[in-house]
Ligand binder design. Structure first.
Ligand code: SF4
Length: 407
């Protein structure tokens, strides 16, 4: 079982009799010697469960219900600073701060709104790196609005898919669970309403950061109270991870970014496919369904003249039929990015591709392209602002950079 180790800093250690607090996800546990050496202590409140927060309160000599209050303040009141914890005794707040505890919310460095209401945020993390998150409001026929947060799981991405702006921007590091959760809260702040859906389709490959992604998923589901079925984890495919994910038996959707109906073409679009052949991915998808009873869905980015012909659609339908039935394909017409050799397919070829799949009993949806004018392709906005961490005090750069976005 995963657990977190929290080490109390020296000033606080003088005021209480113990030095090390160890908080397990479901119970107090001893840290393994390895983790003790290699993991720096996490002292961030955001991302912690109610049980962990109750244990924390007790470890600080408080009543258990103070932990419940902390939980309420973090996830219902969405407090951003310790000063916002005014319901807690001042002494407790001070002790938390002296021990190095902080909430774990980061400032929004840049916000861009598209004409269709899509909002893209650049969040500035503690180490001055920027991460993208997108809020997508969609009104259905009955007038109710769904608000989807498209969250990042890494700063950048090491996989370098050929059509992806994030891949072109390189990889910096994995995100911590609170850095994933705070993206959803930031979107709620901007829209002043609850996020209804979360998709792990922003910057990064979630399966390369599975531990933190799973912890963020738990928090979003249990603490932020977003239904598991409203959460989608999207992956381009990382060997030996689907089985691990299946063992958690999540009720969320697993989406595989396929982008091609055969191995040769896929390798040319997704270089990492060389280490995870298509046949192996399809087998793992079938096993995932057998283990979880949740059928995976497939994402397919349509690139004009590359993978968008009717022949490709026929080949894709054949591939899916070979490995089961009832699969859903989400077609994503390419969102043009600067410096890309790829083009967006015509409406006619999108329709022909979609119709070919449907005629072969594959259910299809075509994703509406949102926020084209807000640099909506994953990683695009971040690439305009950052190749390396911002300098401290980089708020000064905002006005200059605003010009870049306005262009
Ligand atoms: S498409 Fe996803 S996996 Fe591929 S480079 Fe972009 S962020 Fe990484």
């Amino acid at each position: 079982m995963a657990f977190l180790q929290h080490v109390v800093t020296a000033p606080f250690a003088r005021t209480i009799r113990f030095r090390t607090l160890t908080i397990a996800c479901s119970a107090v546990a001893s840290p393994s010697p390895n983790l003790k050496k290699s993991s720096p202590p996490s002292q961030v409140l955001l991302g912690m469960s109610e049980q962990e927060l109750q244990q924390l309160a007790i470890d600080f000599g408080q009543e258990r219900y103070r932990g419940k209050q902390l939980h309420h303040l973090l996830y219902k009141r969405k407090a951003k600073e310790m000063e916002d914890f005014s319901q807690l005794p001042l002494a407790f707040r001070n002790e938390l701060q002296e021990a190095g505890w902080r909430i774990g919310r980061s400032p929004v460095y840049k916000s861009v709104t598209a004409a269709d209401g899509t909002v893209k945020l650049l969040i500035k993390l503690d180490d001055n790196r920027l991460v993208e998150t997108v809020g997508i409001p969609v009104e259905d026929n009955k007038g109710s609005v769904r608000l989807t947060a498209c969250v990042s799981s890494q700063v950048g991405c090491p996989l370098r898919c050929s059509f992806c702006a994030t891949g072109k921007g390189g990889f910096a590091r994995n995100l911590k669970r609170h850095e994933i959760v705070e993206q959803v809260l930031a979107i709620e702040d901007v829209f002043q309403r609850r996020v209804t859906n979360v998709v792990f389709m922003g910057m990064g490959e979630p399966m390369l950061n599975l531990k933190e992604v799973l912890e963020a998923h738990r928090c979003l589901n249990k603490d932020v109270e977003i239904g598991q079925r409203m959460i989608t984890i999207s992956t381009v495919g990382v060997p030996n991870t689907m089985k691990k994910l299946a063992s958690h038996k999540l009720q969320s959707t697993l989406a595989i970014s396929l982008h091609a109906p055969n191995q040769k073409l896929r390798e040319s679009i997704v270089p990492s496919a060389k280490s995870y052949p298509l046949e192996a991915i399809m087998k793992d998808c079938r096993d995932y369904f057998l283990e979880t009873s949740r059928r995976v869905s497939f994402e397919y980015t349509l690139l004009a003249g590359v993978n968008d012909s009717v022949e490709h659609a026929v080949e894709l339908a054949e591939l899916l039929r070979k490995w089961g039935s009832g699969y859903h394909v989400n077609l994503i017409p390419f969102n043009p990015i600067d410096g890309s050799e790829y083009k967006r397919p015509s409406k006619k070829s999108i329709q022909a591709f979609s119709a070919t799949l449907e005629s072969r009993k594959v259910t299809v949806s075509v994703r509406q392209t949102r926020g084209l004018d807000a640099s909506a392709a994953c990683g695009q906005l971040r690439n305009q602002f950052q190749k390396s961490p911002l300098r401290p005090g980089s708020e000064d750069q905002t006005s200059e950079l605003e010009v870049a976005v306005a262009c």
